[in-house]
Ligand binder design. Structure first.
Ligand SMILES: Cc1cc2nc3c(=O)[nH]c(=O)nc-3n(C[C@H](O)[C@H](O)[C@H](O)COP(=O)(O)O)c2cc1C
Length: 194
């Protein structure tokens, strides 16, 4: 907790997990326990969601199955004159990948599409925090190819409104992982009215 503001540096375990989580950029390829991913997904779906629509979708790729996802990304890249091999290797940086998406329940009255995505973002953060609590690192990635038809096909997400909101790489941080510095503190973003 060396870069945590004094206010956060207390003994509360939830605060510690939030304060300590960092994106991991260099992963060990040691396999991840499925039970840890299941736990993290169970925590993901506890996120707030307006009108209880539960708009999240997840697809988990472990070990060799990651190549199906990586191949889909490579095909999407090739079709768009991008480098398929570079794209493929980016999907294989960690031993597990969780794709997280939104399936907005627009068939229900008063449901707002943007709010459905907000709920999924909250779920992704819950998941990443739970993974951290289990000693696992993660990296939330996005990009133009995430929502390519080639990728959605392998995920089995066929609805026109279904969107991939994150491809989250999961594993243990490699010894070579480096934490970029980041600015902390909320003061400049916050107004208080009393
Ligand atoms: C919606 C979203 C998309 C992101 N996409 C990428 C990405 O494509 N590549 C990447 O390296 N990091 C990505 N990140 C991770 C951020 O770069 C990272 O969270 C940020 O640098 C802060 O670092 P920290 O997570 O260690 O606090 C994304 C984060 C969010 C919330």
């Amino acid at each position: 907790m060396n870069d945590v503001s004094p206010a956060a540096a207390n003994r509360d375990p939830a605060i510690r997990v939030i304060a300590e989580r960092r994106s991991v950029y260099a992963f060990s390829q040691a396999p991840v326990d499925e039970s840890d991913i299941r736990l993290a997904l169970d925590m993901a779906v506890r996120a707030p969601n307006h009108r209880l629509t539960r708009p999240w979708r997840f697809a988990v790729f472990l070990g060799a199955a990651r190549h199906r996802l990586a191949d889909a990304f490579a095909a999407a890249a090739a079709a768009r004159q991008l480098d398929p091999e570079r794209t493929r290797s980016k999907q294989l940086i960690a031993p597990a990948v969780v794709c997280a998406g939104v399936s907005p329940r627009l068939d229900r009255p008063k449901v707002v599409e943007e709010e459905e995505a907000h709920a999924v973002a909250a779920a992704i953060q819950n998941m990443m925090l739970a993974l951290h609590a289990r000693g696992l690192g993660s990296l939330w990635t996005t990009g133009a190819l995430c929502d390519a038809p080639e990728v959605k096909e392998v995920l089995g997400w066929k609805g026109v409104r279904e969107r991939v909101l994150g491809v989250i790489h999961v594993g243990r941080a490699a010894p070579t992982d480096r934490l970029p510095s980041r600015q902390l503190g909320h003061t400049e973003f916050t107004a208080w009215y009393r």
